[in-house]
Ligand binder design. Structure first.
Ligand SMILES: Nc1ncnc2c1ncn2[C@@H]1O[C@H](COP(=O)(O)OP(=O)(O)O)[C@@H](O)[C@H]1O
Ligand SMILES: [Mg+2]
Length: 277
C-alpha cells in the first residue's frame, strides 16, 4: 500500500494547452459536449501482458460511470491511466482538456484536478484526519492553514465524521477511513473523481455509509468514475455502466438496459454470477 503523497509527484512534462481555450471541465457554452474523459483506441501493456485493448470510452461532465468486471480485467489500470499513474502505449487519452500520455501531459496539474479514492484508503497514517485533509490544499494550492482547516472541518462534517478531526487513521473504522479519504479528495475541489472499489475492503455494515456519501456526490452533479460491484448502487446512481473483460470494454449501457438487456453473453454470465452472490 502506497502512502506516498500525490502532491509531491514531479511533473513529467509540459502543459498541453487546449487549443479551443475551453476551461478544464470543457465548460464553455458549447462545452457540455466536450467529454471530461475520452479514451480513443487506447492500449496498455505490462511487459508481455496486454491489459487495455482498444479502449474507447468517454465520460461527460456530470456523468457517473460505473465500471465493473472480473478481477484482472484492467479496471484499475484504466482509471490509473486517467490521472497519469500509468502511461498508455497507444491511442489517445484526453482528461479535462489535457492529453495524457506520460510524455507530454502535465501530470501534476492533472492530479490536482482529479480526486482519487482507493480500496485501501491510502491515508497518511502519521497525520490526523484534519491534517490528511489540509495537506494537499496547503501544499499544492498554497492555502493558508486557517482557511484549509475551516474547509477541512466542513468536509469532515459533510462525510459524517466531524468529531474525528484530531484522530489518526488507525483510530477510525474502515468506513470512517474511507469517508476521510473522500473528504481529502474533495478538499482539492476536483473536477473529476475516480473511485477504485471504494467499499470492497469494508465490512458489510460499513459499505452503505460510504455509498451514501458517493450517492450525495453524484446528486451534486459531480463527474465520477466508480469501479464497484455494488450493483444496487450502480443501478440507482450511474448514468452508464461499463463491463470490462480481458482488457476490453465489452459494453457500456444505461443501467436499465445493462441489467435487463445486456448485449453480450459475457456480460450476462458476469451479471448472473454477481447478482446471485
Ligand atoms: N504494475 C503492474 N505490473 C504488471 N502487471 C500489472 C500491474 N498492474 C496490474 N497488472 C496486471 O494487469 C492486469 C489488470 O490488472 P488490474 O487493472 O489491476 O485489473 P482489475 O482492477 O480489473 O482487477 C492483471 O493481470 C494484473 O495482474
Ligand atoms: Mg482493481
Amino acid at each position: 500500500m502506497s502512502t506516498e503523497p500525490r502532491v509531491s509527484t514531479p511533473s513529467q512534462g509540459r502543459v498541453t494547452p487546449d487549443a479551443a481555450g475551453r476551461d478544464a471541465q470543457g465548460g464553455t457554452a458549447a462545452g457540455t459536449a466536450v467529454p471530461v474523459v475520452e479514451f480513443a483506441g487506447v492500449h496498455k501493456h505490462f511487459g508481455g501482458l496486454h491489459v487495455l485493448r482498444d479502449v474507447n470510452l468517454s465520460v461527460r461532465r456530470g456523468e457517473v460511470l460505473v465500471i465493473c468486471g472480473p478481477s484482472g480485467s484492467g479496471k484499475s489500470t484504466l482509471v490509473r491511466c486517467v490521472n497519469g499513474l500509468e502511461p498508455i502505449d497507444a491511442g489517445r487519452l484526453t482528461v479535462l482538456g489535457t492529453e495524457v500520455n506520460g510524455r507530454s501531459a502535465d501530470l501534476r496539474r492533472l492530479r490536482a484536478e482529479v480526486g482519487m479514492v482507493f480500496q485501501h484508503f491510502n491515508l497518511y497514517p502519521h497525520l490526523t484526519a484534519l491534517r490528511n485533509v489540509t495537506l494537499a490544499p496547503m501544499k499544492v494550492r498554497r492555502m493558508a492553514r486557517a482557511a484549509a482547516e475551516e474547509k477541512a472541518r466542513a468536509l469532515l462534517a459533510r462525510v459524517g465524521i466531524p468529531e474525528k478531526a484530531g484522530q489518526h487513521p488507525a483510530q477510525l473504522s474502515g468506513g470512517q477511513r474511507q469517508r476521510l479519504a473522500i473528504a481529502r479528495a474533495l478538499a482539492m475541489d476536483p473536477k473529476l473523481m475516480l473511485f477504485d472499489e471504494p467499499t470492497s475492503a469494508l465490512d458489510p455494515e460499513m459499505i452503505s455509509e460510504v455509498l451514501d456519501v458517493l450517492t450525495e456526490l453524484a446528486r451534486e452533479g459531480r463527474t465520477m468514475i466508480v469501479i464497484t460491484h455494488e450493483m444496487g448502487f450502480a443501478r440507482r446512481v450511474a448514468q452508464r455502466i461499463a463491463f470490462m473483460d480481458k482488457g476490453r470494454i465489452v459494453e457500456a449501457q444505461a443501467p436499465q438496459a445493462f441489467f435487463e438487456a445486456p448485449r453480450h453473453e459475457r456480460t450476462k454470465e458476469f451479471l448472473s454470477k454477481i447478482l446471485s452472490r
